[in-house]
Design a protein around this ligand. Structure first.
Ligand SMILES: *Cc1c(COP(=O)(O)O)cnc(C)c1O
Ligand code: SF4
Length: 424
């Protein structure tokens, strides 16, 4: 019998653990970066004896180093002066806008149907649409590194969200290249089963012959596993029923679980939640970015994949952190990301080798670093790369070179290579 205190009170009670100065810093940084945590994370995941280096603490609590010094000072000053709401907002907003809130042109992939833009839908790759139900545009807790952070800041107004699914269904029906629907957010698992069910029932009832799979992108297994534990949460059975219904309808259901650190997989609650989801017939695939201070270590990734395989999860993507938000704090140079990946995968069980990585979700598509190669003729190093996803499917899975750059942290910083150079 599992006994968790599962009141999701989201209070600031955890603050009692923190020294005054740190509370002050959190207060300032969270004016810019949205901050939210719940008592499952604070009581069961964070190691308060070593919180300053604890990955779960860093993952959820903002800290001073996540803002540039002058930005931090500016917000601190504004608070000290007790500036009015609008004046404070002006400052906070200018800092936010300097944090590249729209990476990889997220706004340009909104499709149109009957000449109307389909709000709450993104269609970048032919075979799969992203659907952002309006009630799922928040999360149980907020990750400090999150690239969706502008969605949690209402003023930035680039929330993809839609209330009605009918337009989406018509769009999918009229486009037989679409085989998959990825329901995402925020976190769609924050929705009540009743809200989610409306969308899913409509999709199932539409019986669109070319739709084969539904995916849910979610961090709820880490942040609120009770969503899937009927003994603790009275709505959980209804949620699991939705999963069963999708599977029974003949659609493939893949739960895309987001796990940054093996610690997230260690509690009794998460393990039971995983078991319950798998018992519905859904698969759980996993993905996460590599982040400095949290998981920039081969051992961590090896443990992560090993534990995932043990629990029946399928490693899927290892990402490079996007250039947005507190990016300077979390970014790891591509050369190092690759080394960490290589040393992790080399010593992992083959069952963990289902992971594709390291991958950058860039404007043209998802680009994978396949290796670092030295040309003996000129002693130059190069990255060998390929697109595993591209807007133009003909451009995928064609290896190509980019100049090696020890410091580069994103694809667009890598210089092109003259073809003659690699033949010398
Ligand atoms: C990553 C991504 C997908 C899903 O891609 P898969 O490679 O099938 O997992 C779909 N749409 C967008 C915009 C994405 O970034
Ligand atoms: S759970 Fe996902 S969408 Fe929500 S804050 Fe974390 S990274 Fe962002």
């Amino acid at each position: 019998m599992i006994t968790y205190d599962a009141r999701n009170f989201r209070s600031i009670e955890y603050m009692k653990y923190l020294p005054e100065q740190l509370k002050h810093e959190i207060d300032i940084v969270s004016k810019v970066l949205p901050f939210k945590v719940n008592n499952y994370v604070t009581d069961y995941l964070i190691d308060w004896d070593n919180y300053e280096t604890d990955p779960m603490y860093i993952l959820t609590f903002p800290n001073k180093k996540m803002l540039r010094d002058h930005d931090y000072a500016q917000v601190e000053e504004a608070l000290k002066k007790k500036l009015s709401g609008t004046e404070l907002y002006k400052i906070v907003n200018s800092v936010r806008l300097s944090l590249n809130p729209h990476p990889a042109n997220q706004l340009t992939n909104v499709p149109t149907y009957l000449d109307e833009p389909l709000e709450g839908v993104q269609h970048k790759y032919k075979d799969i649409v992203l659907f952002f139900p309006s009630q799922g545009q928040t999360c149980h807790a907020n990750c400090t590194f999150c690239f969706r952070w502008p969605q949690f800041v209402k003023e930035l107004d680039l929330q993809f969200a839609r209330k009605e699914i009918d337009g989406l269904i018509d769009y999918i029906r009229s486009n037989d290249d679409i085989h998959e629907i990825l329901v995402t957010g925020g976190d769609p698992m924050i929705m009540s089963p009743a809200s989610l069910k409306k969308y899913i029932d409509a999709l199932i009832e539409a019986k669109i012959p070319h739709v084969q799979s539904i995916r849910f992108g979610s961090k709820s297994l880490t942040y609120w596993p009770f969503t899937f534990i009927p003994e603790i949460n009275e709505e959980a059975e209804a949620m699991l029923d939705i999963f069963r219904k999708i599977v029974d309808s003949g659609l493939h259901l893949s739960f895309m679980g987001h796990f940054n650190h093996p610690k997230e997989l260690t509690t009794e609650a998460v393990q039971l939640a995983i078991k319950n989801i798998r018992n519905t017939g859904a698969e759980i695939r996993t993905q996460a970015p590599m982040l400095k201070h949290i998981n920039d270590s081969s051992d961590v990734w090896r443990d992560l994949w090993t534990q995932q395989v043990q629990l029946g999860l399928i490693p899927y993507y290892m990402f490079v952190e996007r250039e947005t938000g507190p990016y300077d704090y979390f970014s790891v140079p591509l050369a190092e990301v690759y080394k960490i990946y290589q040393n992790a995968i080399k010593f992992s069980s083959s069952l963990g080798k289902t992971v594709t990585g390291p991958v950058m979700s860039a404007s043209p598509g998802k680009v994978q670093i396949m290796g670092v190669i030295e040309n003996p003729a000129n002693q130059q190093k190069y990255f060998l790369m390929q697109f595993v996803r591209h807007r133009d499917v003909n451009k995928t899975f064609k290896p190509f070179f980019r100049q090696y750059d020890e410091k580069a942290t994103w694809f667009d910083q890598l210089k092109k290579v003259e073809s003659t150079e690699i033949l010398v």
